[in-house]
Design a protein around this ligand. Structure first.
Ligand code: ADP
Ligand code: MG
Length: 738
């Protein structure tokens, strides 16, 4: 029989790695990356060459010191951008923004414009003005707004973000100039992920600079956050993907028996990269390099067909734009290689899902990493102070941080022994724990002169990265000179967790600065002593959030409960907790969100959860009704006929092994409509309800477990049905594509 599935098997087994037209040297070798890195980006180097000196200086001053941008600068940059883009084959431009859909959005306009010539005739010319660069006006009514915007005020604005450079995106037949932008409503409310991120960076910079001044670092003008995100993903053969309606609609498999071989041999992580996957990575990286995205690392991940890419870290706003763009490029390039790049947090049950570890730190305008222990006693003290800031941020704002990584898809992964649990704690390693605990005891406080030295602070050894021990199970782990926030999901826009983290740090900095000011008094000589006292307090107050052990263990769950740490195991519970003013008030206080915007975010989150789980349930019903039940019916006919022959002709008893097989098959078939009816009843019950959060809770606590039960039954039946008649590509096929 030639079913689509067996045809797919043949087709896929003969696929070859795809080659692409990479730039080559005269000797035929690949040209070095440095020769084309950033070619499709209008970066500061290019702008410096092309802009008049005073315009360039004004632009740089906007970027470095937040001086207001002028029309004159915008006009000049627009003119350079047009020439550069048109020269490189661009026909269109677009504001490129990040609405609350989790994807990016764009609306292209042609550079070509009708121009009236001196003689009065109309001619087409390429035009692009400063005001077109400055802002654009897409209809906002079709984007999620969380109820902030009524349809009669549908207007929204996208506004140029000069801190992230313009770039060219390539279509099959031309290029488009993309302008990274913020997206705000007619009334100035944020409708996107970039605006709050930029505001959180302002808050962080403001509060960190003030705190540093108190520490004696009076020259620091601004502080930024840095981000390097390790992006995990799966590759699914395109033909397999097309044969799985669940993958196509819900971006994950809702059915599928576990493959006998999966990840149990631990042979995939860092294994040699399969040839087709490597070919995909090479082409993707080429595209990313041209876009100025500094991808550095590529490797196989734990699950079969799971991979990771990681860039060199950058300023968080740029790094986030780069990550969003990289996800887009990965999806597009994968198709050329007959793959679908599955960024979903849990495409397959039973094997690891995908995350996006966000490596995060804070740096001064002089480029000093504030989480780098440093070499002098002063640098060490400053380092410990910023370590305390981070612990306080996680301790005080764990609910908001937990909420920032929630979502229907990440729920399938968090706390499942493959990703950190929903309990937020921080890991700092043995060496720092020792320093912190000695500081907390503060016995040497009697001798202020030598206090720091005796505490070990003065001689804190440089924590070489390789020196710090590792804890793979911690949601927020110190790794030598940065924290790694591991709970972020692979498909998420990490602007959301980064916004909350920046704001949490800003809030901790504000409070610590106030307390330090009160301690400092008039004698600056007492400063180190005052700082040490503050650190002792903060380390003590936040002790409950430090955990060095195995975060996957049940003992930790019990211990965390004793410590009073929240364990918000799914999105509805994280959402309900975050909605309480005491848990999100700091985001409003630090001016990252207005209260209206905050409420809108919660509405969007509930709505998305509801839509996602409902979509999964409907897709599952579709598969059960249209695929699983018919396949089992056919099988029962064959098995039943064989049974009749056996019992009539050979007298085989009902209680025989074969008899039991028939009964089990019939029983399985019988229970499917039962599950289908229950899921349907739940879906029907959801309509007409007004309390979205309550509906989310029902979905989490009842619908998802029910779907799981029905799935288990269907998966058992999968192995009883004639392999040739099972229409859906099986896990064993999808996961072991060569
Ligand atoms: P590790 O093995 O500790 O995970 P890597 O060197 O592989 O470390 O780094 C992982 C990611 O962390 C990379 O994207 C890297 O650029 C990033 N990273 C390194 N230092 C910083 C920093 N100071 N701030 C933010 N990210 C950083
Ligand atoms: Mg890492």
């Amino acid at each position: 029989m030639n079913s689509p599935r067996s045809a797919a098997r043949l087709e896929i087994s003969t696929r070859q790695p795809r080659t692409f037209d990479a730039p080559r040297l005269p000797d035929g070798h690949r040209a070095p990356v440095s020769s084309y890195f950033g070619r499709h980006v209008l970066d500061l180097i290019k702008l410096r060459e092309k802009l008049p000196r005073e315009i360039y200086n004004a632009l740089v001053s906007t970027l470095r010191h937040n001086t207001p941008l002028t029309r004159e600068v915008a006009d000049s940059v627009a003119s350079v951008a047009r020439d550069w883009a048109v020269f490189h084959g661009a026909t269109h431009f677009t504001h490129w923004f990040q609405p609350m859909t989790g994807l990016t959005a764009e609306k292209h306009d042609s550079f070509a414009d009708l121009n009236v010539q001196i003689s009065g005739e109309l001619r087409v010319l390429e035009k692009f003005s400063g005001s077109q660069l400055w802002q654009s006006e897409p209809d906002a009514s079709s984007f999620p707004s969380g109820g902030m915007r009524s349809t009669f005020e549908a207007r929204g604005y996208t506004a140029w973000d000069p801190s992230s450079p313009m770039f060219l995106v390539e279509g099959a037949n031309g290029r488009t100039l993309c302008i990274p932008s913020a997206f705000i409503s007619y009334h100035g409310h944020s409708l996107d992920h970039k605006t709050p991120l930029l505001r959180s960076l302002d808050a962080l910079s403001r509060n960190a600079t003030a705190f540093l001044k108190l520490l004696g670092d009076v020259d620091v003008k601004s502080v930024s956050a840095t981000l390097g995100c390790e992006q995990e993903y799966f590759l699914v053969d395109r033909t397999h993907h097309a044969l799985r309606p669940d993958f196509v609609l819900a971006e994950r498999t809702l059915l599928g028996a576990t493959s006998a071989r999966h990840q149990q041999f631990e042979d995939h992580y860092f294994g040699s990269i399969p040839a087709r996957a490597l070919a995909f990575m090479e082409e993707m990286e080429y595209e990313l390099y041209r876009l100025g995205i500094p991808v550095r690392t590529r490797h196989n991940e734990v699950a079969p067909m799971q991979f990771e890419m990681a860039p060199i870290f950058e300023d968080v706003n740029l790094a986030n734009d780069h990550n969003v763009l990289a996800m887009d490029v990965a999806r597009r390039v994968a198709l050329r290689h007959d793959f679908v790049c599955a960024l979903h947090e849990k495409p397959y049950a039973g094997i690891n899902g995908s995350g996006k570890h966000c490596n995060w730190s804070m740096a001064t305008d002089r480029g000093e990493n504030l989480l780098d222990p440093g070499k002098t006693p002063h640098q060490n003290l400053r380092f410990l102070a910023f370590l305390a800031v981070c612990l306080k941020a996680v301790h005080d704002h764990s609910v908001a941080l937990r909420w920032s990584v929630s979502g229907a898809n990440n729920d399938l992964r968090l706390g499942a022994n493959e990703a950190p649990p929903a309990i937020l704690s921080a890991f700092v390693g043995e060496q720092l724990t020792d320093v912190i605990e000695r500081l907390m005891k503060g016995e040497a406080a009697k001798d202020p002169e030598h206090f720091l030295l005796e505490m070990g602070v003065g001689k804190l050894p440089t924590l070489a990265k390789d020196n710090t021990d590792r804890n793979r199970t911690s949601p927020f782990a110190f790794t030598g000179n940065k924290f790694e926030f591991r709970a972020v999901g692979s498909a998420m826009n990490c602007a959301v967790p980064m916004t909350v983290l920046n704001a949490a740090a800003a809030s901790a900095l504000r409070e610590m600065a106030d307390r330090l000011k009160a301690k400092l008094g008039s004698d600056p000589k007492q400063r180190d002593q005052a700082v040490a006292e503050l650190l002792r307090e903060v380390f003590t107050e936040t002790a409950s959030v430090r955990f060095e052990g195995n975060n996957y263990s049940d003992e930790w769950k019990a211990e965390a409960a004793r410590r009073g740490l929240p364990n918000l195991s799914d999105t509805p519970s994280a959402l309900a907790a975050a909605m309480k003013p005491e848990h999100h008030g700091f985001l409003v206080k630090e001016a990252v969100f207005s209260q209206l915007e905050m409420d809108a975010r919660f509405n969007v989150a509930a709505e998305r959860y509801l839509k996602q789980v409902t979509l999964e349930a409907e897709t599952l019903l579709d598969l059960l009704n249209g695929t699983v039940v018919p396949a089992v019916e056919c099988q029962l006919e064959v098995t039943g006929a064989a049974w009749r022959v056996m019992s009539e002709a050979a007298g085989t008893a009902k209680g025989s092994a074969y008899g039991k097989r028939v009964i089990a098959l019939a029983g399985g078939l019988e229970s499917l409509p039962d599950g289908i009816a229950k899921i349907q009843a739940f879906l029907d019950g959801l309509h007409g309800g007004h309390d979205e959060l309550a509906a989310c809770r029902t979905l989490a606590s009842q619908m998802r477990p029910l779907m799981q039960q029905v799935r288990a039954n269907a998966d058992r039946l999968e192995s009883w049905v004639d392999d040739e008649r099972w229409p859906l590509p099986k896990y064993r096929e999808m996961l072991f594509v060569k």
